[in-house]
Design a binder for this molecule. Structure first.
Ligand code: ADP
Length: 574
């Protein structure tokens, strides 16, 4: 698969998944906030309902409800309207400018039939605040409250007043132990009012049961005539009894509570609260937007991918041309990573071209170096064949000399080839460089024209291949003798100075400053004709440098034309 296509596909995938995730998140958040809003609205509705229910439970008529409705409307910021079943307005917090009421009421306000969703009531769906004839007289209530308070003071319970005006003792902390206090039996006795009201209720209950031909069985709760008995969940009663009790209660309470009214709750202007458009049109719009974004992302990634791939293609083409032999091929390098790659390619290409040139030069040089001794040998042999030259000892000596030149050239080339291939093997061992210096100098001690001396300071221990190190120093000393006229001196010095330093100092012809950078190049000679006659191959210094570098060292030269040269080898100590 092409890089372009892969990049394109991955971008589309990323864009697609991010759109999907964003859409999902948005839906989640919106749904959450809608639910929260709905919950809040429901809680407000429930509280308005509860307050109006409270009013209806203790007032037999709605006549004075307007002020209450206005207060609640102001507090909740909603329009509240109450009407009778035939839609005659009882109270309305809106004014003449307010829009018409909706067709369906929000809820029916009836304390004898409480809406279980807006206000869960424990028994019979009758508002506990509707107490009707069970309402104690002030005297009874005060009397009971005083008695209850005395008990509460003793055992730590709290007095809570029921809607009927009867006190109840409540334990605030369930772990509190009852103190050993006197029980006030009177607190659990029905008052006069309650006795009367429950008598009425039991009569109504009996009427109801007799209509269904049921005998009123003596049940335990019949003795408990306080409102608590019908307020607490009852057991041991038949469904018929339960239904009759509820209807008897309603019958008894009807004249004490306000008649059922329709309640309408709307926003102050009458407008419905805004809803989120999740219709098909909305979904279609979201889909089109997502597709549009996807198309844009696709276009952008296509352009980017093209932009990225173009230089890579150029590089591929350049590499192909280079493989086909074009060494001069270069690519235009832009900024960035791919630009870096292009620059590396150009560097590599330049280096290859350079190597190629060197290789061609080397072959040319080798051929040139071989030609001179070979044509000398051929010349002498032809002369001998033609009888021009005598085949004597002198001829043999001449031929031998040329053959030695060839031999040395081939040996040097072999060393260089090994160094280039990295197969120049070193047999490194701990040695004293002073010994190497002594040995090389001793080999040239017999030289009559040039004085060769050695000067070393102490022991110069290092780890090196003694044969190769000797070859390197030997090359320098041979050169020094070669380029030093008769009567001059060559001094080889060894000392310790941030490693082992071996210096070959001569008082010879020296090297011109312009030539200094080239002395270590292959086949380079300051004076082409002269040196070849002196027997140098033009490879000596190149080999020396390779040998020294193979030991991890460096070789350098300083020189003054006419005064002499100094070659310095520096080798690392262990
Ligand atoms: P060659 O076999 O020609 O000596 P080298 O690589 O050993 O080849 O040296 C390269 C050239 O460097 C020599 O031809 C010579 O011109 C110059 N050279 C080397 N050593 C010295 C020296 N000690 N004094 C002057 N010139 C030197």
């Amino acid at each position: 698969m092409s890089l372009l296509f892969r990049f394109f596909a991955v971008s589309l995938l990323i864009a697609g998944s991010s759109i999907a995730v964003t859409a999902w998140l948005a839906t989640q958040t919106t749904t959450g906030s809608i639910r929260q809003e709905q919950g809040e609205a429901l809680a407000t509705d429930a509280s308005i309902y509860d307050r109006l229910l409270g009013y209806a439970a203790v007032n037999p008529r709605w006549s004075d409800v307007q002020s209450t409705v206005d207060t609640i409307a102001r507090e909740t910021g909603r329009r509240i309207a109450l009407t009778t079943w035939d839609r005659t307005t009882i109270a309305d917090s809106g004014d003449e400018g307010s829009p018409q009421l909706p067709v369906n009421p929000t809820v029916v306000v009836d304390p004898l039939n409480v809406n279980p969703v807006l206000k869960p009531v424990e028994v019979d769906e009758i508002d506990p605040r509707a107490v009707g004839p069970f309402k104690l007289t002030r005297e009874e209530s005060d009397n009971l409250r005083a008695r209850a308070q005395m008990v509460a003071d003793c055992d730590g319970r709290t007095v809570v007043m029921e809607p009927s005006g009867r006190p109840v003792l409540v334990r605030q902390n369930p772990r509190t132990q009852f103190a050993d206090c006197e029980v006030d039996e009177l607190l659990y006795e029905p008052t006069e009012t309650e006795r009367k009201a429950s008598g009425e209720l039991i009569e109504l209950l009996q009427d109801c049961l007799s209509r269904s031909n049921i005998e009123l069985s003596p049940l335990p709760w019949m003795n408990l005539t306080t409102p608590e008995w019908y307020r607490s969940p009852r057991v041991h009663e038949t469904p018929e009894e339960a239904a009759c009790l509820a209807s008897a209660r309603r019958e008894q309470l009807t004249q004490y509570v306000a008649p059922p009214a329709l309640m309408f709750l709307t926003a102050p202007t009458g407008a419905e609260p805004p809803t989120v458009d999740l219709s098909t049109a909305g979904v279609t719009r979201i889909t089109w937007t997502a597709l549009g974004i996807l198309a844009l992302a696709g276009l952008a990634s296509w352009l980017t991918a093209n932009h990225l791939v173009r230089p890579i293609r150029a590089l591929t083409a350049a590499t192909r041309r280079m493989g086909a032999g074009d060494r001069e091929v270069r690519v235009t390098a832009a900024k960035g990573e791919i630009g870096g790659l292009a620059r590396s390619f150009n560097t590599m290409s330049a280096k290859l071209a350079d190597t190629e040139r060197q290789r061609q030069a080397l072959v040319g040089d080798v051929a040139h170096e071989l030609r001179t001794p070979l044509s000398n040998v051929t010349g002498w042999l032809e002369a001998a064949q033609d009888g021009v030259a005598a085949t004597d000892q002198r001829l043999v000596a001449l031929l031998l000399e040329e053959s030695l030149v060839l031999q040395r050239l081939v040996d040097d080339l072999h060393d260089l080839a090994q160094a280039d291939a990295g197969t120049l093997r070193l047999h490194a061992e701990p040695i004293d460089a002073a010994d190497v210096v002594e040995q090389v100098v001793a080999a040239h001690a017999t030289n009559r024209e040039v004085t060769v001396t050695a000067r070393t300071e102490g022991e110069l221990f290092l780890v090196a291949d003694p044969v190769r190190l000797r070859q390197a120093v030997e090359n320098l000393v041979t050169n020094a003798i070669r380029y030093t006229p008769a009567g001059g001196t060559v001094s080889v010095e060894g000392r310790l100075d941030q490693g082992v330093v071996i210096e070959v100092v001569d008082t010879g012809v020296g090297i011109a400053p312009d030539d200094l950078p080239h002395v270590f190049d292959r086949f380079w000679r300051a004076d082409k004709s002269r040196s070849r006659t002196t027997g140098g191959s033009g490879l000596g210094l190149a080999i020396t440098r390779h040998l020294v570098e193979a030991h991890g060292g460096t070789v350098s030269v300083t020189s003054e034309p006419g005064a002499g040269s100094t070659f310095r080898i520096t080798l690392p100590t262990p």
